[in-house]
Design a protein around this ligand. Structure first.
Ligand SMILES: [Fe+2]
Length: 286
């Protein structure tokens, strides 16, 4: 049997994608959140720390805290300190940009202006963060200024691969309730840029609290599951209303090799902490 190292040997870039941590020390006050949330998040980061020597970075696509404030981010920072590789963050609709900067500015790359977009080069691979948050709203937006920045990032020819991280998925999931929550102004314009790009594009998102994969305008697209809680219906493409579901948690590990192959592995983490949710708690949405 091949070991993890052998499987990923020769890859140009390897990274983990996480999202929607919703950190809070008072999870029990918020019915949808997993009881024992801090312990659960600790288990996730401990698991990533076990494999971090094989990774180039971790991408977290927003909703780092349930209520974005200094206290929550300070608490989360203690868990993130379990890892020593770069962590790239974009905000989600639960986050507060100013407090994110105050707590994480010394540890992570953030621009001083809104939106909190970023660009990092790893040789012939570039990593872009797109801040899609509209303050006070659950839906998202890519502004005209961001689209012109993305045009310059996606339509040049000096990268082979581009990883785009953004909280709100710009692609449809096939589930009407997810797609309503994830509405993103400017998504079709981004899709057109991706279609025209010579770079092979990977899109990482969160927001809908369910692991999901699709191909959209030629890009491989992923939504990370939510360690804070996961949503589901009785059929993954939506034959019933969404509710919080009890199911195993897993996260994706991505590897891009020098031949252009993009491989994705799944790593399961047992988060069996705290008491099971009541039926009332399960019925609470995002
Ligand atoms: Fe979320």
């Amino acid at each position: 049997m091949l070991s993890f190292c052998q499987i990923f040997a020769g890859h140009r870039m390897k990274f983990v994608h996480l999202s929607d941590l919703h950190f809070t020390t008072t999870a029990e006050e918020y019915p949808a959140l997993r009881p024992g949330l801090v312990n659960a998040l600790g288990k996730v980061f401990d698991d990533v720390a076990k494999i971090e020597k094989h990774l180039d970075f971790v991408s977290i696509t927003g909703d780092l805290a349930e209520r974005g404030n200094i206290e929550s981010y300070e608490g989360l920072k203690k868990l993130l300190n379990a890892m020593s590789i770069p962590v790239f963050i974009v905000p989600g609709n639960h986050d507060n940009r100013d407090d994110l900067r105050r707590v994480f500015a010394s540890a992570y790359y953030f621009t001083s202006n809104d939106p909190m977009d970023y660009q990092v080069d790893f040789g012939r691979v570039q990593v872009l963060g797109v801040d899609t948050v509209i303050e006070g709203k659950p839906s998202g937006r890519i502004s005209d200024d961001q689209l012109s920045w993305l045009r310059s990032m996606l339509l040049h020819d000096y990268t082979d691969h581009t990883v785009v991280s953004m909280h709100h998925p710009p692609f449809p999931t096939g589930h009407a309730e997810f797609d309503e929550m994830a509405e993103v102004e400017g998504a079709e314009e981004l899709g057109e840029l991706i279609r025209r790009s010579k770079s092979k594009v990977v899109v990482l998102s969160g927001h809908v609290h369910r692991p999901y994969q699709t191909v959209w305008h030629g890009a491989n697209c992923y939504i990370a599951g939510g360690p804070s809680f996961q949503m589901g219906s009785s059929f993954c493409f939506g034959d019933s209303r969404l509710q919080v579901v009890e199911e195993p948690f897993a996260y994706f590990i991505h590897a891009i090799d020098s031949q252009g192959t993009h491989s994705v592995g799944t790593r399961y983490v047992s988060l069996d902490v705290g008491e099971p949710r009541t039926e009332r708690q399960k019925a609470v949405g995002q």
